[in-house]
Ligand binder design. Structure first.
Ligand code: HEM
Ligand code: HEM
Length: 174
């Protein structure tokens, strides 16, 4: 199978755009916690809207990944390669599961998603408070998992860049 040395431009652009959006997802809810009510409301609305944008981007990213040639496997032991694939795979799954679960529990609580105050998105579940609570719990656990995996991912990238000084980082840079 044909392989390339660097991620394609659309994959690189989407990776960094999504990294920024993930930072925004955490910042909005963390700052909202201690914010006055009007700000809390605005931040949670931004959280929901950015989350829907992320859902669209991850779908495009997965299609782009499947459609493009694979990047060369990294020069590392099979165990490290498997570990890095597992982290990337779980991150892709979570990036689908997080926005969907957010949308689902907001719907199950009978609340609205006012997409950037432009339009109201339809509910994807009927109102069901019990189910809403369970999905919200999943959303919170999933968010912690995203955080742990992103920290491990960034630490691995930093290890390659600063200690191993190999060209791994260049594969994802402009
Ligand atoms: C400062 C933050 C980040 C840095 C420095 C970074 C760095 C990198 C690098 C260098 C690669 C390429 C690895 C390789 O060539 O095998 C990569 C791939 C990847 N990154 Fe990041 N990343 C960051 C943030 C994120 C975030 C926030 C996410 C998602 C939550 C993410 C998800 C991924 C995924 C899924 C891949 C695999 C791409 C693929 O093979 O399809 N990254 N990252
Ligand atoms: C990748 C996407 C997402 C990530 C990483 C994420 C992350 C988070 C985090 C970290 C929290 C705080 C959890 C806690 O308090 O322990 C949270 C809460 C919440 N999320 Fe998300 N989320 C995402 C997508 C969405 C989407 C698409 C929606 C709805 C459309 C949504 C709706 C909510 C709501 C309503 C809360 C509760 C906020 C509050 O009132 O405190 N999330 N999310």
């Amino acid at each position: 199978m044909q392989t390339i040395l660097k991620y394609t431009a659309p994959s690189r652009l989407l990776h960094w755009l999504m990294a920024l959006l993930i930072a925004a997802m955490f910042t909005t809810v963390w700052v909202a916690e201690d914010a006055p009510e009007w700000l809390d409301h605005t931040l949670v609305n931004m959280h929901k809207s950015f989350g829907i944008v992320l859902l669209a981007l991850i779908v495009i990213r997965i299609v782009a990944r499947v459609a493009s040639p694979r990047v060369e496997p990294i020069k590392a032991s099979p165990a490290i390669q498997k570990g890095s694939h597992a982290v990337h795979g779980i991150l892709y799954l979570l990036l689908i599961a997080m926005p969907l679960s957010g949308w689902a529990f907001v719907s199950a609580f009978g609340r609205k998603i006012d997409f950037f105050t432009l339009t109201e998105l339809p509910a994807i579940l009927d109102t069901n408070k019990e189910l809403g609570k369970a999905i919200k719990e999943f959303h919170e656990i999933g968010a912690n998992l995203v955080l742990v995996l992103v920290i491990a991912h960034v630490a691995a990238a930093a290890y390659h860049h600063f200690l191993l000084k190999d060209k791994l980082m260049d594969r994802m840079l402009p």
